[in-house]
Design a protein around this ligand. Structure first.
Ligand code: GTP
Ligand code: MG
Length: 245
């Protein structure tokens, strides 16, 4: 039997803010995929600031499954900080996260984990958009433009730095966490750039990215505000990198 509770090889973090509609299904989908692999694992629901009962569902799941852990904070910590908290609480030698709406297919999780066990320190996905449409262009076009801009600024090996599914060798990523300043969406880009500068062995693998439709679920990202914010942060990070590395 896999030692799922005390010494899991892999920790999978699900950052959550108001995900009551989808959390249970997402946990079950991840469990279904991971139970078919050879890896022992834990799922860490890192949930903060929810007002829709996500905390109660997470509690229920952590009682139902021994390898599901619930981390809670009444105050919203931010998507990046939520992931960081999960990494620090994790037991696996390999640790990573996937956004709870599973826009990245959970079937891709073992592929990322395999690459870490093959010797990479940091493996992330590169999004290829599955569903296109006029409305969705407002998400895809800024996202692709920022991929180009980030590449131009840093010439780093990871092209899609903002993607919501990344896995790490834990002993390599822990010292990097304290160097990350952003608590929200820019956390992803910052961790990619700093990890590259710190010499981590990185890989990006292609992944089909889904626009999933839910009845109640609302996006936490605000595209226009996020775009301006991202640009300002990108410039600040460039200045910091020039000074420190
Ligand atoms: N712990 C924590 N998780 C958060 C926070 N904000 C967002 N999240 C989670 O971060 C993940 C990504 O959020 P989404 O709303 O899917 O953002 P997005 O993928 O850019 O937007 P969509 O394309 O509309 O899905 C989800 O799992 C959210 O629940 C936060 O403050 N704390
Ligand atoms: Mg999403």
């Amino acid at each position: 039997m896999k030692s799922e509770v005390y010494n899991p090889e892999v920790s999978i973090i699900l950052p959550c803010l108001n995900e009551a509609e989808i959390l249970e299904d997402s946990v079950n989908q991840i469990k279904k995929v991971m139970d078919k692999t050879k890896y022992s694992y834990e799922i860490i629901i890192s949930e903060d600031g929810s007002t829709d009962g996500t905390d109660k569902i997470a509690d229920k799941l952590s009682k139902k499954y021994k390898n599901v852990i619930h981390l809670h904070s009444d105050k919203r910590l931010g998507r990046g900080k939520g992931v960081e908290k999960g990494i620090k609480a994790s037991k696996g030698q390999v640790v990573g996260f996937i956004d709870a709406d599973l826009q990245t297919s959970p079937e891709d999780i073992p592929k990322l984990i395999d690459e870490i066990f093959k010797g990479y320190d940091f493996v992330t996905i590169r999004r290829y958009y599955f569903k296109k449409g006029i409305g969705y262009c407002f998400r895809v076009i800024p996202s692709i433009s920022f991929m180009f801009l980030t590449k131009l600024f840093f010439w780093n090996p990871v092209y899609d730095t903002a993607a919501g599914c990344k896995f790490f060798k834990k002993d390599k990523i822990l010292p990097i966490l304290d160097k990350i300043k952003d608590n929200h969406w820019f956390w992803d880009t910052e961790i990619c750039i700093i990890s590259y500068k710190e010499g981590l062995k990185m890989k990006e693998i292609p992944s089909i990215f889904y626009k999933r439709e839910f009845e109640e679920r609302k996006s936490k990202a605000k595209v226009f505000e996020s775009s301006i914010d991202y640009l300002v942060k990108l410039i600040k990070l460039k200045i910091r990198i020039l000074r420190e590395y």
